[in-house]
Design a protein around this ligand. Structure first.
Ligand code: DGJ
Length: 745
């Protein structure tokens, strides 16, 4: 068993070939964090705990005769507040007498193969998982907590979650319930977070830890594009390939917090979970409350090793459904081609032209329902607009399928416009405080998904649309953050449950759709990439990465996203130029070379493409069909960061057997008077010989000497003067990109 309990030393050792996670039971029944890192041999008394005592003898301690035994300096697994530990705490409950003090102590444990689902929430799964359950009890409040630990046989990953159970006859209020807490013995780390905004999601930020609390969070109701539910801690000298890094994330799509606190003794406490701001949960006798599941990765192979572990976990142990490990269909989406201005004829022209170019899926985006000619109206009225589609959505779906394409549809089920039949009939279904005017976002309100009647209504209505149109794919959008929080269906003392109940309602709706339409491929979306999180990957195995489809912009967005999310999860499309978000023009090759590293598609009108671009698109799609499985499921390796000099970016994918690799190289702006760059590749087999179109290299050469970039681009530029020695043949102009296919001979 990869989890052992030593009765004598009262230590649990959770391990596989990569990592060890060791926790112990302290003499007051608290659980101590002893070690998380590279695998250690199992030995009795493996971690002798020598506390580093603080200078003060007056530290608060639970045992009067042992003044040095103090939570102030202990490394604790699920710390409370109020008995001597003054760092941020992992949980807090309020009891019927108004006390907020808890003190749980260890009771028992259970180790078993496999892993249970978390009711109503996403959870990792797999045949190769072993679970440790630690049972803790608080005598005074008569509350139980269970700490869950899960280890996967072949990944450097631990996942954790917590269950609260009220056993006493008085209810409690949980006011804070983080999913995990990890105390590390030192603070020599830099903290990486993925931050941004609409159009520039998940930019990498890295700064050294310092004494005090560093936090990213969301209070927007969804995970948000401002901060992703992810942090990594890395050593100063850790790079892509070497050095230690921890990655932490959450299978959760709602308000979160992710924090690191360095204390006066240079210990670091890291934790993640539901954002305690605007949260509380009333727990009655016999009821359970489950936290979301958290993912903890340890890598001693740099950030690359951390990302690969997360990618593998996401692909194999979080994503579900028909497309879990299958190349995703090449799609054409009509949004940027038509916006709201379309009819059946126009759509079918686009679909048939897309089919000619090789597309496999046609997606009808926003604007097909109600009277939605702009974004001020009709959300909630999921009835086909017969002015645009006089024969109904079913007929359009059939015609698209008759062309030999799959059919996909856009929905935004969580929203309602003031101008809609739904709002007129059920104004109280939109989130809002009684007697207060609601705030708008994109002219719309958010439906109260904490109310099961709303979920039922939307499920029934949209199910009819899915049945009628026989959808193969659904783009589930969400275009504003939550505000004016209040639900008339909750009593006053439960209003702070709203945010979490909203997410539970949202997951419930997703699960019902998945059960009813098990073969549909779902793609999540929230004004681009505002809801990109591991929780959603359980329901929708791909997410629209950003509304910003400019190739240059996408380098940073996709590079940052790849820190945690696998390539296959990133919806990435080639759009028209000048680009609609940033008005930049790049070549169709540049845009496609970026977009192919993702769930690939096009977001433009193929009927108006030049013959040259049409030819290019058909070649790109043919190429993608040949290598799509490798692009989407190969091992993704970052080579050059676009965050470093804003100009160069390179990455590659390698097949599992290392026989095929594709290297992508991008140079945003050209520079005069340069020589060809060499780039050292990674992840190849040093003993293989790899052929490009015209050359053969040893795998060892490619990884140690490097690959000469722009190797296959030796033609003299058309407009350069060959007789002018100041003209430089290495310069390919701005927005240069190349894809190099390497095949083992
Ligand atoms: C925002 C999405 O990110 C876009 O791709 C598009 O679907 C629009 N919404 C439609 O309103």
């Amino acid at each position: 068993m990869p989890i052992q309990f030593n009765e004598k030393t009262r230590e649990f050792h959770i391990f596989n070939n990569h990592i060890s996670y060791i926790i112990g039971i302290l003499k007051n029944g608290d659980i101590e964090q002893c070690y998380f890192g590279k695998k250690l041999r199992s030995r009795e008394g493996i971690t002798k705990r020598f506390y580093q005592f603080g200078p003060s003898n007056a530290a608060i301690c639970p045992i009067d005769s042992d003044i040095l035994f103090t939570p102030t300096v202990q490394r604790r697994e699920y710390p409370n507040y109020g008995t001597g530990d003054y760092h941020f705490c992992a949980y807090q409950t309020e009891q019927s007498n108004g006390s907020r003090i808890n003190n749980f102590s260890y009771r028992d444990y259970c180790i078993h193969k496999g892993k249970d689902k978390i009711p109503g929430m996403p959870a990792t799964y797999g045949d190769d998982v072993t679970t440790l359950e630690l049972y803790m009890h608080d005598e005074t409040s008569q509350t139980d907590i269970t700490l869950f630990y899960h280890i996967f046989d072949n990944l450097p990953v631990i996942t954790r979650s917590v269950r609260f159970t009220q056993v006493g006859d008085q209810s409690i209020n949980i006011t804070r319930a983080l999913s995990f807490c990890l105390d590390l013995p030192d603070s020599e780390y830099e903290m990486i977070t993925l931050n941004g905004a609409w159009g520039r999601e998940r930019y990498i930020d890295c700064s050294p830890l310092h004494q005090g609390i560093q936090e990213v969070n969301s209070n927007r109701g969804i995970s948000s594009s401002e901060h992703n539910p992810f942090i990594a801690l890395k050593r100063k000298d850790t790079n892509e390939d070497n050095g230690e890094a921890f990655g932490f994330s959450l299978l959760y799509s709602g308000n979160f917090t992710a924090l690191a606190e360095v204390d006066s003794y240079d210990k670091t406490r890291v934790a993640m979970g539901i954002n305690p701001f605007e949260f509380s949960w009333k727990l009655n006798t016999g009821e359970n409350f489950y936290t979301p599941e958290a993912v903890l990765v340890y890598s001693d192979e740099g950030l690359g090793g951390m990302s690969q572990a997360l990618h593998s976990l996401c692909q194999n142990n979080i994503m579900r459904g028909d497309y879990k490990l299958t190349r995703r269909p090449v799609l054409f989406n009509n949004w940027e081609a038509t916006y709201f201005n379309f009819d059946e004829e126009k759509l079918l022209k686009i679909a048939s032209s897309a089919k000619e170019l090789g597309a496999e899926l046609f997606v009808l985006d926003d604007g097909w329902f109600g009277k939605r000619d702009d974004d001020t109206t009709s959300l909630g009225d999921w009835f086909t607009d017969l002015n645009k589609l006089p024969n109904g959505i079913g007929s359009l779906g059939k015609k698209v399928k008759d062309l030999g394409l799959k059919f996909g549809l856009w929905i935004e089920p969580e929203m309602v416009n003031e101008k809609s039949k739904l709002f007129r009939e059920h104004p109280d279904w939109a989130i809002g405080v009684p007697n207060r005017k609601r705030s708008y976002g994109r002219h719309q309100f958010v439906l109260d998904f904490s109310n099961p009647d709303v979920i039922d209504y939307i499920f029934n209505l949209i199910s009819k649309v899915f049945e009628e149109s026989k959808v193969d794919y659904v783009k589930w959008d969400m275009n504003r953050y939550l505000s004016d929080i209040y639900s008339p269906t909750l009593p006053p003392n439960r209003q702070k449950e709203f945010f979490h109940r909203y997410i539970l309602g949202f997951y419930n709706l997703y699960e019902r759709f998945i059960e009813k339409f098990p073969h549909v491929l779902f793609e999540s979306c929230a004004s681009g990439g505002s809801r990109f999180d591991l929780g959603l990957m359980y329901y929708a195995p791909q997410a629209w990465t950003s509304d910003d489809t400019d190739g240059v912009e996408r380098l940073k967005i996709q590079y940052g996203t790849s820190l945690i999310y696998p390539i296959v999860s990133m919806g990435s499309h080639v759009s028209a130029v000048p680009n609609h978000q940033i008005l930049r023009s790049t070549s169709i090759d540049f845009r496609a070379n970026v977009a192919m590293f993702g769930a690939f598609g096009y977001e433009l009108d193929p009927t108006i493409l030049s013959d040259y671009d049409k030819l290019k698109v058909s070649q790109q799609i043919a190429f993608f069909k040949e290598y799509g499985q490798l692009f989407q499921y190969g091992t993704f390796i970052r080579l050059k960061s676009p965050f470093e000099n804003n100009n160069d970016c390179a990455w590659m994918v390698v097949s599992e057997d290392k026989k095929t690799a594709i290297v992508a190289n991008f140079k945003v702006l050209a520079r005069p008077n340069t020589i060809k760059d060499m780039i050292r590749l990674k992840g190849l087999n040093p003993n293989f010989d790899y052929a490009t179109e015209s050359f053969v290299f040893g795998g060892d050469e490619l990884m140690n000497i490097g690959f000469p970039l722009q190797l296959e681009f030796n033609e003299f530029p058309q407009n350069a003067d060959q007789n002018n020695s100041y003209s430089h043949s290495n310069n390919k102009g701005d927005f240069f990109s190349e894809l190099i296919v390497l095949k083992a001979k």
